[in-house]
Design a protein around this ligand. Structure first.
Ligand SMILES: [Zn+2]
Length: 299
């Protein structure tokens, strides 16, 4: 554990993101932007094309691209690394639309103080079907398909059977990481080594936080107020925080269909950036010391 943290700290000192990506033929990105713009009225085809997304090496079950956009820090800046995920659930349109809006704003206002990596549409197959749905093309809830914390690989499936009574919207897959979209996220998390992950969902109108202590969480991001929900086996928070000690901010927008108005989007963003600037460094120190402490106790 200790060794791993030293490695993570070293990686955190501004080294560039090394995950290999295929710079896509522009025409494929164009085609993909066209589909997104047809699906989501708030996403403009021209703005999507202009963002010049790259495509991750792993694709969705139905071979859709996983588009990504990196904003590198200024040279010689020890910038916190932020992984930003939208559209993990395909029927939460607002999470994709809002992520595109924030990404577009960042194109004009990137300060170089943070190292951002955006994946605005993690579940393209769920989103781009005629009737969008939460789960991916194989009926798996990607936010239950991560490796669960603890020794039991079957924990997610057991939880699904016992607690959700086999809710098809929350099927974790037969085994953890069975889905290429989840594999992509895990690969990206392990290679990019974010200091924090921001994941946008809807429609519960709150902010959830998985991290060292409740006190480290932002009390609010714009109109979204902190309400700690805990984690489920196979969820991103369970994997990233409990397993890897990477804090996760989950933004639950108030509506799946309707994006917050611009003023609210702006206030969420301003509060997020303030927290990243002022409080994330403390949170990371707390995480590191608790990880080191537990490593020491195990020794
Ligand atoms: Zn969701």
């Amino acid at each position: 554990m200790q060794k791993k943290w030293v490695g993570q700290l070293l990686m955190g000192l501004g080294l560039s993101f090394a995950v290999s990506v295929n710079v896509m033929a522009a025409s494929e990105v164009d085609e993909y932007c066209k589909k997104i713009a047809l699906k989501l009225a708030s996403v403009s085809y021209d703005a999507c094309r202009a963002a010049k997304y790259t495509i991750y090496k792993t694709r969705s079950v139905e071979n859709a691209p996983l588009i990504m956009k990196e904003f590198k820090p200024a040279a010689n800046v020890k910038a916190p690394k932020v992984l930003f995920l939208g559209g993990v659930h395909g029927d939460e349109y607002s999470s994709v639309s809002a992520t595109f809006k924030w990404l577009k704003a960042l194109e004009s206002h990137h300060s170089g103080k943070f190292h951002w990596l955006f994946l605005p549409v993690v579940n393209p197959d769920g989103l781009l079907r005629d009737s969008s749905r939460r789960v991916n093309a194989k009926g798996v809830d990607l936010n239950r398909n991560f490796p669960p914390y603890g020794d039991k690989q079957a924990a997610s499936l057991e939880y699904w059977n016992r607690v959700t009574k086999k809710d098809p919207r929350r099927f974790p897959g037969d085994v953890p990481m069975s889905e290429p979209e989840t594999q992509a996220m895990v690969d990206i998390i392990e290679s990019f080594k974010p200091d924090v992950i921001v994941s946008v969902h809807a429609p519960f109108d709150l902010l959830d936080f998985d991290g060292a202590t409740d006190a480290d969480a932002p009390k609010k991001l714009g109109p979204l107020e902190l309400q700690l929900l805990g984690t489920y086996p196979g969820s991103l928070g369970n994997y990233a925080w409990l397993k890897l000690k990477i804090p996760v901010l989950t933004l639950e927008l108030p509506s799946s269909e309707v994006m917050p108005v611009q003023k609210e989007l702006d206030s969420i963003w301003m509060d997020l950036v303030s927290w990243l600037r002022d409080d994330l460094p403390k949170t990371r120190l707390a995480s590191n010391s608790s990880a080191l402490q537990s490593a020491t106790m195990k020794n």
